[in-house]
Ligand binder design. Structure first.
Ligand code: 8DG
Length: 133
């Protein structure tokens, strides 16, 4: 099975004391209507950090400060294996504009489970729950 290398950002209000994080709703394709962390595929020659900065610039029109790696999700979809580096991040410059997402929500620790996450993301939600205040 082919492996797709993806990066995603868990954009929080604060890197040391996160109380809310940003979730976005897919506006197109086979996962339309499901919720995820903004990001996308790593391109040739890019480091994961470079890829996540570029993806967030493209999708949300902001510059981010990239924080710690929360984990690398490994998940088997029917047609491919997903390997996704998930970074905690914070907006450093700019105002969020949804260039691709259908919608976005800031979720708190207690509302983390109120959106329909993509199947692969379930595994990291528990970890995010642990680090949120
Ligand atoms: N961005 C993102 N992708 C995720 C998450 N969870 C998850 O299973 N995925 C999957 C869905 C897609 O198959 C893949 C990401 O690919 P993508 O289509 O967003 O990548 P891209 O922006 O480079 O898009 P494209 O140019 O190929 O359309 O990872 C997540 O939380 N965020």
């Amino acid at each position: 099975m082919k492996t797709i290398r993806v990066v995603a950002a868990v954009i929080a209000d604060d890197l040391d004391h996160p109380t809310k994080i940003l979730a976005t709703e897919r506006g197109y394709g086979e996962f339309k209507g499901q919720w995820e962390f903004p990001g996308g595929k790593i391109e040739k020659g890019e480091t994961p950090e470079e890829a996540i900065r570029r993806e967030i610039r493209e999708e949300l029109e902001v510059e981010i400060e990239v924080g710690p790696l929360l984990g690398t999700i490994e998940y088997d979809y029917p047609n491919f294996h997903l390997s996704m580096d998930t970074f905690l991040a914070k907006v450093r410059e700019g105002t969020i504009v949804l260039k691709e997402a259908e919608a976005a929500k800031w979720l708190t620790k207690s509302s983390l489970d109120t959106v329909g996450w993509l199947p692969a993301d379930q595994t990291i939600i528990k970890k995010i729950h642990e680090i949120m205040e």
